[in-house]
Design a protein around this ligand. Sequence first.
Ligand SMILES: NC(=O)c1ccc[n+]([C@@H]2O[C@H](COP(=O)([O-])OP(=O)(O)OC[C@H]3O[C@@H](n4cnc5c(N)ncnc54)[C@H](OP(=O)(O)O)[C@@H]3O)[C@@H](O)[C@H]2O)c1
Length: 262
Amino acid sequence: MAGLYLSDALHTLGGGAAPFVYASFVGSLDGRIAVSDTVTGASHLPVEITSENDFRLFLELQAQADCLVTHGGYLRDLAAGRLDDVLQIGTRTMDHDLARWRRENGLSAQPAVVIASASLDFPIPDSVIRQKQRVLVATGRQAPPGRVDALRARGFPVIVAGEGTSVEGAPLVRELGALGFRSVYLLTGPRMLSTMLRDGALSRLYLTITHRVVGGEDFHTMATGPRLGGAGRLRLSALHYDATAPDGTGQWFARFEPMRPA
Ligand SMILES: NC(=O)c1ccc[n+]([C@@H]2O[C@H](COP(=O)([O-])OP(=O)(O)OC[C@H]3O[C@@H](n4cnc5c(N)ncnc54)[C@H](OP(=O)(O)O)[C@@H]3O)[C@@H](O)[C@H]2O)c1
């Protein structure tokens, strides 16, 4: 599967004031993207739906981004040691080639990191500082003003993208386009996917479906909030099938384009 998503050349698809905005998820046949731990209550990706191929393709999506959008919840989980750091590319043995790929394709060594947050209560990871990544924060107009000022005083630009406390898809993409970003990878979750779809601001969705029913009482699916109506219509533009992983079940690697309103 290596090279499959690199061949999509996502870094060439955005331009002008309109970056190419893409997201990815891995889920089960019963739609689970995360389940809650029965002891701690913390939610996490079910390990049985992950595979080496899926992780490699995730890294290929990252490699093509000049901007990664993450969020406050991820940075808190990262600081607490609950999740792995996926904010850099080319730092593991399995993705050294992707650092070279970025250089050869005119991308900076590491993508910029945009942190979406309503609370503005998160730590900036050491790895991002060490790698000298450009860091910006995105929030809504009603975000706590003291925290906005404190972030700006530390040298982190704060983008206001939304009239409430939350970040909204269309204003965020507009601001990122104005800053010159061309390929924006959403490393976020159900809330950001939902606002992007609702605002018609998503360019593409990559979805890996593992052939397994996970079950569980408490779980997340890809979207949250009010029903999406027509904004949730997607058209399949590519589908690959790996019949072996993980553990002999199989995975579909699907690529969808949101459909414009009729
Ligand atoms: N299987 C997969 O492919 C996949 C992909 C993504 C996530 N997941 C998992 O799914 C579960 C839920 O995902 P999640 O934690 O990302 O949940 P989420 O409810 O989408 O996002 C949670 C946090 O992100 C910030 N946030 C998200 N959207 C925002 C917006 N529009 N404006 C402002 N802030 C926003 C908020 O941070 P503040 O509290 O700082 O305001 C919020 O607490 C997690 O277990 C995650 O690991 C799985």
